[in-house]
Design a protein around this ligand. Structure first.
Ligand code: PMP
Length: 354
C-alpha cells in the first residue's frame, strides 16, 4: 500500500509522473529506446530540455522578461558558491534564516565581503528577522525563501536596489509571488520539481558579466546559457522527470492551484497543532511554512506511542531534523489533502487515548 510520504526531500512526486517516468525507462516516446540510453544531443532529448526550460519560465511568469532558465548539477549547494563566483565583486548582503543560509554565507565569504544583515540564530532560527537595513553598496542581496529544516517561510521580501538572489529549493512552484522581484532564483529539483540530480537556475541575464575574475566554464552561468544548458552532459533523467512534474503543475492549474491546495493542507495541520494540547508548533506563527510544518510533543513521554501510531497509519518521513527534534511534516505540491487528514486523525487519536 502506498505510503503517505511526508519526507523533506527527496520526497513525494505525483503518481502520474512516476507512471510516465517508469514507462520512459522502457520505451521513451515510442522511440524503441530507453530515456536512459538516448543521446542528450538527440532531437528527442533536446526537445525535453527546451520544453522544461520554457515551462519553468512560463509557470513563474517570467517569459519575455530577460530571464533564462537552465538546468545544472551539484544541487542547491553548488549554487551557494556559483552565485558568489558570478556576482560577488566586492560586497554582498545575506539574510541568515537557517542552516542553508549559513552554508551560502560560508561559501560567499571565499569570494568577497559578506554582510549578514540579520540572523534568527539567537532563537534556533524559529522566526524570520523583519527589521534590518541592507547596505546600498552591494553587488546583491541573498535570502532563502523557505527554511526546510526549521519550518519558516518568508512571506514578504525586502525591496532592494541591487539584484536579489533567492534560494527557493523547498518552496518553488508552491505559491504565487511576483517572481520578477528576483534576479536569480535557484532550486534543487528534489522537492516540488523532480528527482535529485538537477538544479533549476532562473537568472536575469543583465546581472551577469559584471565581475572581473575569471570564471571556470562549468561555474559560469553565461556559458550554460549560451550552450542551452548542454555545455556538458546534463542529468537527462532528472530533467525529464522534472519536465513531467512541471507539465503536471500546469495541467492542474499552475502555481495558483498549487497554492490553494497547499494553503488548505497547511490550515488543516496547523489548526490541529494549535488545538491539540499534546502538540506545540516550533516556528513563530506569522512565519510558518506551508511546506514544512515543524512541531513538538508537549509531553515527551508520548513519543514512543505517537511514533508507533503514525507508522501504523502508513505515514513515512515525519521525524524532525536533528537540529530541531520533534516532527516535521513536509507537504510538497504532490502530497494530497487526504494524507494530511490521515496525520491529523492520528494526532486526534493520540489525544483521545492519552
Ligand atoms: N537550500 C535549501 C532551502 C534546502 O532545503 C536544501 C536541501 N534540503 C539545500 C539548499 C541544499 O540542497 P542540495 O542538497 O540540493 O545541495
Amino acid at each position: 500500500m502506498k505510503k503517505h510520504n511526508f519526507s523533506a526531500g527527496p520526497c513525494v512526486l505525483p503518481q502520474e509522473v512516476f507512471q510516465e517516468a517508469s514507462q520512459a525507462i522502457l520505451d521513451f516516446n515510442d522511440t524503441g529506446l530507453s530515456i536512459l540510453e538516448i543521446s542528450h544531443r538527440s532531437a528527442a532529448f533536446v526537445s525535453v530540455m527546451e520544453e522544461a526550460r520554457q515551462l519553468a519560465l512560463e509557470l513563474l511568469g517570467l517569459e519575455n522578461k530577460g530571464y533564462k532558465a537552465i538546468f545544472l548539477q551539484g544541487g542547491a549547494s553548488m549554487q551557494f558558491l556559483m552565485t558568489a563566483y558570478n556576482l560577488l565583486q566586492d560586497k554582498a548582503a545575506y539574510l541568515n534564516t537557517g542552516t542553508w543560509s549559513s552554508k551560502a554565507i560560508k561559501e560567499a565569504k571565499l569570494f568577497g565581503e559578506v554582510v549578514e544583515v540579520a540572523s534568527s540564530k539567537d532563537q534556533n532560527f524559529n522566526y524570520i528577522p523583519k527589521d534590518y537595513n541592507i547596505p546600498e553598496d552591494i553587488n546583491y542581496f541573498h535570502c532563502t525563501s523557505n527554511n526546510t529544516i526549521f519550518g519558516t517561510q518568508m512571506k514578504n521580501f525586502p525591496s532592494v536596489d541591487a539584484p536579489v538572489v533567492c534560494d527557493m529549493s523547498s518552496d518553488i512552484f508552491s505559491r504565487e509571488l511576483d517572481f520578477s522581484q528576483f534576479d536569480l532564483i535557484y532550486a534543487g529539483a528534489q522537492k516540488n520539481m523532480g528527482p535529485a540530480g538537477a538544479t533549476l537556475v532562473v537568472v536575469k541575464e543583465d546581472i551577469l558579466g559584471k565581475v572581473n575574475r575569471q570564471i571556470p566554464s562549468m561555474m559560469d552561468y553565461q556559458v550554460h546559457i549560451e550552450k542551452d544548458s548542454m555545455f556538458n552532459t546534463p542529468p537527462v533523467y532528472a530533467v525529464y522527470v522534472s519536465l513531467l512534474t512541471l507539465r503536471w503543475i500546469k495541467d492542474k492549474g499552475g502555481i495558483k492551484a498549487m497554492e490553494e491546495l497547499n494553503n488548505k493542507k497547511a490550515t488543516l495541520l496547523y489548526n490541529e497543532i494549535d488545538r491539540n494540547p499534546l502538540f506545540k508548533g516550533f516556528a513563530a506563527t506569522e512565519d510558518r511554512s506551508t511546506m514544512n510544518p515543524t512541531f513538538n510533543l508537549t509531553d515527551e513521554s508520548k513519543k514512543e506511542k505517537f511514533d508507533s501510531m503514525w507508522k501504523e497509519a502508513n505515514i513515512n518521513g515525519l521525524s524532525g531534523h536533528r537540529s530541531v527534534g520533534g516532527y516535521r511534516a513536509s507537504m510538497y505540491n504532490a502530497l494530497s489533502l487526504e494524507s494530511v487528514q490521515v496525520l491529523v486523525d492520528v494526532m486526534q487519536k493520540l489525544e483521545k487515548e492519552a
